[in-house]
Ligand binder design. Structure first.
Ligand code: 5GP
Length: 193
């Protein structure tokens, strides 16, 4: 990818508040969020093509075979992937593209695009993480337990990211990410000189 836009990976355990932070970031017209594909069932209020492209297992496998993903991974029993075409178009237009993906996906993106910027959104504590997950009211106990276990594993890998930002308050976290993106842009344009 040779566009001028940054490829930005944002990860963090489910319930860390990535979604809220990203929603604020994309109010900037130069930042776009890649809509992932998934085989997971839509949650209440989720729209196809807006929150995710909801695919059957067969459709997902077809996209893999056609090399349609920048990366894909399995997470708690479902497939998730970042479609290639839209992200590439935006980057060629000079937009920064955010991939809101989990840690395995980040690893694959880093291998393919070493110039990407990776940011880990850290919850203030495990207790707060669990209460945020429960507060959604959309998950069963079994899924909450699995997601908490996965969260611990993910936090253990946060050291692999270029930046870690604690999501204590949304405003501070968003500001922290914005500052990182500005600095990274300066660094990239400096490297071009
Ligand atoms: P959820 O089911 O809560 O929407 O997402 C579960 C996890 O999958 C989250 O950590 C989310 O960031 C991650 N995820 C969403 N889309 C993608 C994707 O395209 N690729 C990868 N690797 N992970 C994704």
């Amino acid at each position: 990818m040779n566009g001028k836009g940054l490829l930005v990976v944002i990860s963090g355990p489910a319930g860390a508040g990535k979604g809220t932070v990203v929603k604020e970031l994309i109010k900037d017209d130069n930042i776009r969020l890649s809509v992932s594909a998934t085989t997971r069932a839509p949650r209440e209020g989720e729209e196809n093509g807006v929150h995710y492209h909801f695919l059957t297992r067969e459709q997902f496998e077809k996209m893999i075979a056609e090399d349609g993903f920048l990366e894909y991974a399995q997470y708690v029993g479902n497939f998730y992937g970042s479609p290639k075409k839209q992200a590439e178009e935006w980057m060629h237009q000079g937009k920064d593209v955010i991939l809101e993906i989990e840690v395995q996906g980040c690893k694959k993106i880093k291998e393919k695009f070493p110039q990407c910027v990776s940011i880990f959104i850290m919850p203030p504590s495990m207790e707060i993480l669990e209460s945020r997950l429960r507060g959604r009211g959309t998950e069963t106990e079994d899924v909450i337990a699995k997601r908490m276990k996965r969260a611990e594993e993910e936090i253990g890998l946060s050291g692999d990211y270029d930046h870690v930002v604690i999501n204590d308050t949304v405003e501070e976290c968003v500001e922290g990410v914005r500052r990182i993106l500005e600095l990274e842009k300066q660094r990239v344009s400096g490297a071009d000189c």
